[in-house]
Ligand binder design. Structure first.
Ligand SMILES: Cc1cc2nc3c(=O)[nH]c(=O)nc-3n(C[C@H](O)[C@H](O)[C@H](O)COP(=O)(O)O)c2cc1C
Length: 161
């Protein structure tokens, strides 16, 4: 099984979960970086507005080719109850994703809101089947059992047709 782990992270929480998945599953670890926010103030004002509207940020890398992967993992921080504009852009930037499986996750302080609903809808619009959804709040991020449950779901997705 080959996995592409695609994530955005403003303050490191989503990165730490993505890195734990990468350590367990291998594959490509792809950090998506927004070119939009120069400060925490702009993240909370412009970023939350853009997230709440489901907008896409300009990102690096501009395209994400997952042709060689069996399973796509997508992780987003929650901003204003939604996925980040960088992750919205990452889903739009996927290449070779049609027919693949995905596990999606979000990290948040205490309320995942509609973040995964929106990511799921967007990836399904790209021809991807979402087989697992996980939300990690500030306690869950530090809980190895919760992270291992997601890793098990990712591995299962790579071994079943
Ligand atoms: C701009 C901004 C908006 C946020 N909005 C929410 C929110 O609506 N609900 C919530 O539970 N946490 C919210 N948070 C907290 C983050 O979702 C949480 O700390 C997350 O784990 C951060 O991931 P990261 O460290 O990978 O950036 C927000 C954080 C930022 C910076």
């Amino acid at each position: 099984m080959k996995t592409s782990i695609i994530y955005n992270s403003y303050s490191g929480n989503t990165r730490s979960v993505a890195e734990a998945v990468h350590a367990a599953c291998g594959g490509d670890l792809i950090e998506v970086i927004s070119k939009e926010y120069s400060s925490k103030i702009t993240a909370y004002t412009i970023g939350c507005y853009r997230a709440s509207k489901g907008m896409c940020d300009p990102i690096e890398p501009e395209t994400i080719d997952v042709t060689a992967s069996d399973v796509i993992v997508i992780g987003t921080p929650v901003w204003a109850g939604r996925a980040t504009p960088a992750i919205n852009a990452a889903v739009a930037a996927l290449e070779g994703c049609n027919g693949k499986k995905a596990v999606v996750f979000a990290t948040c302080r205490n309320n995942g809101g509609e973040s995964l609903l929106n990511v799921k809808k967007a990836v399904e619009g790209r021809g991807v089947t979402v087989v697992g959804e996980f939300v990690f709040d500030k306690t869950g991020i530090k809980d190895p059992e919760r992270i291992n449950a997601m890793i098990a779901a990712i591995k299962a997705a790579g071994t079943t047709s």
